[in-house]
Design a protein around this ligand. Structure first.
Ligand SMILES: [Zn+2]
Length: 393
């Protein structure tokens, strides 16, 4: 089959005016001008008309569990208060609510042109009940704050559920809720099974004061759970995390947030040869009023930076187009093309899918989306500005 569009945005070189893509089964096998593609290939032609054909968007951080909490939690005075509020809201949800919430989230992400998603779920036992409509990396979000002696068991149980899915990974939730043993166990499995790992790191000022200063609202709240606090009052969250990543054989991490970094953290990142992937969620970031995200400094240090929506407990919808626009408002000097790369090629790299996702080229998956195209001179500006549901294919 051949798809023709006014412009095909391959993400390799310039977009192709009056372009076309030839596909067979689930793979793209030819891309070029409509004239070339028609000459080289036979098969049904689908003309998308005045549309830009794009690689499908990739959301590298979200929690579809909480789609049903959209608009339910007002911004709180502190990050710790937000944790209290979401815990209270979660206590009122049933298993059915979560399944409905995840399904609703998938449908919404798809409507906004997302074709691949990193979904962290706190309920891996529910994923067998979900038939996801888009390519999904299922991550079990793991917390052992109240039972660190069960770390291995918690990981192993989650894996039983995850293994029913093709793409899966492990997400020790954060340094303040997952024990060192839980992190170690996840890394051990990642090495053995060649899976991805993700975690939340250096998200809030309160996480910084907990680990660096041994004080503050998060410190007090977490202490109240009975967690041993002897790792607090010494290092920044990043120092604690990177300190344990000295082993070059450790698997690649997708690290969400990195909002709160000290000058010594930047020195450490500059010295470190390991460059994990970073996910930034601009709208959730605004909701929490975190310190400005140090995009330029991280980029200059060679980090691969992607965008994610995070959950609807701190965001209004699952549109990556809206996420790109929020990023653009904060970073007006970054080109629209570079911004679009954060939800396509950069995201594919984070998922070790740089040869299969995030571009339109021979051998790549047919993960495509298209949006109306007016033919303005700045196509990427038009892509970032797009604010409607899309047609996905
Ligand atoms: Zn998150």
């Amino acid at each position: 089959m051949i798809y023709r569009a006014r412009v095909v945005v391959t993400m390799d070189g310039s977009p192709i005016e009056n372009g076309a893509v030839a596909i067979s089964e689930n793979r793209i096998f030819d891309v070029g001008s409509f004239r070339e593609i028609k000459a080289r290939n036979s098969g049904e032609i689908v003309d998308l008309g005045e549309q830009a054909l794009l690689p499908g968007l990739i959301n590298t951080h979200c929690h579809l569990d909480y789609t049903c909490l959209r608009g339910k939690i007002a911004p709180q005075k502190s990050f710790t208060d937000w944790i209290r509020a979401i815990n209270a809201a979660k206590a009122r949800l049933s298993e059915e609510d979560y399944v409905a919430s995840i399904n609703e989230g998938f449908a919404e992400a798809k409507r906004f042109g997302t074709t691949a998603i990193v979904n962290l779920t706190a309920y891996p036992e529910l994923i067998a009940k979900i038939d996801e409509p888009i390519r999904t990396w299922w991550f079990a979000e793991l917390i052992d704050i109240r039972s660190p002696d069960r770390a291995n068991k918690i990981v192993d149980l989650a894996i039983e559920s995850l293994k029913s899915k093709k793409n899966w990974g492990l997400a020790p939730h954060a340094l303040f809720t997952a024990s060192p043993n839980l992190f170690h166990r996840c890394e051990e499995i990642a090495r053995r099974e060649n899976i991805l790992l993700t975690t939340h790191l250096a998200e809030s000022r309160e996480e910084m004061s907990m680990f660096r200063d041994g004080s503050g609202p998060l410190y007090e709240f977490i202490k109240g759970t009975g967690r041993p606090m002897d790792d607090c009052g010494h290092e920044t969250p990043l120092e604690r995390f990177v300190g344990r990543l000295g082993d070059a054989s450790l698997p690649n991490w997708i690290v969400a947030h990195l909002n709160e970094l000290s000058e010594s953290d930047f020195d450490l990142l500059a010295r470190s040869t390991r460059k994990f992937h970073v996910v930034h969620s601009p709208r959730s970031h605004g909701y929490f009023a975190h310190s400005p995200f140090p995009f330029e400094r991280l980029r200059a240090l060679g980090f691969n930076i992607c965008l994610g929506t995070d959950s609807l407990a701190s965001n209004e919808n699952l549109s990556l187009f809206a996420e790109m626009r929020a990023f653009q408002r904060n970073e007006p000097n970054v080109s629209p093309r570079k911004i679009f790369e954060m939800v396509t090629v950069n995201a594919a790299r984070a998922l070790s899918q740089q040869n299969a996702l995030g571009r339109i080229g021979p051998g790549f998956h047919v993960d495509l989306t298209s949006i109306p195209c007016s033919g303005s001179t700045n196509l990427f500006e038009e892509i970032v500005a797009f604010d409607q549901p899309v047609q996905s294919g």
